[in-house]
Design a protein around this ligand. Structure first.
Ligand code: SAM
Length: 255
């Protein structure tokens, strides 16, 4: 991540907002809430990438008291606030993916962070690598035109910095094709989303073209990976990975 972007993300104008920002389940978007119970209940450990004020730790503790929570953020203010609020949780201060070690987690979650990552593929690749079962992240998505990764075309202003951070809008089919790469060993990709009832950043398209969504990736259990090599029928139909898309206007045979 370039230094300019890093300094925006750790700008002190965020501190005033840490307490005011999301606190309870009611503060989640429907898309974020959609798969959350499943990953909380099916996991013993969870890494929260871009944890902010770490409110996910509160929700996780209620849903599954056995779940070991780790929060990671590049912003030292977030990390010290998280350590104070949740002394028994674990926190890592650092830039993802550069700062991540070899540790793996049942679930790797990242809310409101993925769509700010200029190098979104290596971000996603590392989210998947660090997970043993589930990856859950939210995104902005559209059906037509290429993925937009240009902070002069699609952006939002970050807290009181007066500066822009990228607001990436993924082309659904680019994303699906990338996720279906065999090395990721994904058994199922589920996406749930809708047209946002609120405006989300500045986007260069008609409002009804962009959707907010959450994506749940489920991996093959270790040892059960189904590798398909060579130009077999199975490879053409990508039948090692199920896809379940629930977006307005999406038709079943589109992918
Ligand atoms: C919009 S906040 C979201 C906070 C929280 N996840 C939520 O859903 O409310 C994004 C957080 O991700 C952090 N962040 C952005 N890119 C990051 C990266 N590459 N590595 C680590 N933290 C990052 C920022 O510092 C910020 O605290």
């Amino acid at each position: 991540m370039d230094e300019e972007l890093k300094s925006i993300f750790s700008h002190e104008s965020k501190i005033a907002n840490l307490d005011l920002s999301r606190k309870a389940e009611a503060d989640l978007a429907d898309s974020e809430r959609h798969f959350l119970g499943r990953v909380f209940n099916g996991s013993r450990s969870l890494l929260d990438v871009g944890c902010g004020n770490a409110f996910i730790c509160d929700l996780a503790n209620v849903a599954n008291p056995e779940l070991r929570y780790t929060g990671l953020d590049l912003d030292p203010h977030c990390i010290s606030a998280g350590r104070q609020r949740f002394p028994s949780a674990h926190f890592i201060e650092g830039v993802f993916p550069e700062s991540i070690g070899n540790e793996s987690y049942d679930c790797v979650l990242s809310f409101r962070t993925f769509y700010e990552q200029v190098d979104y593929r290596s971000f996603l690749r590392t989210l998947i690598k660090a997970s043993e079962k589930y990856v859950l992240f939210d995104l902005r998505v559209k059906f037509d035109g290429p993925t937009i990764v240009d902070p002069e075309l699609s952006y939002f202003y970050y807290h009181k910095t007066g500066k822009r951070v990228p607001h990436i809008v993924q082309n659904l089919f680019e994303l699906l094709n990338f996720l279906c790469i065999e090395e990721f060993s994904l058994k199922k990709i589920s996406i749930y989303g809708y047209h946002p009832p609120f405006s989300s950043g500045f986007v260069p398209m008609k409002k009804n073209e962009m959707m907010v969504a959450a994506c749940l990736l489920e991996k093959y259990p270790i040892g059960e990976t189904r590798m398909v090599t060579g130009a077999t029928d199975a490879q053409w139909s990508r039948d090692w990975c199920q896809v379940d898309i629930n977006l307005p206007g999406y038709e079943k045979d589109w992918f």
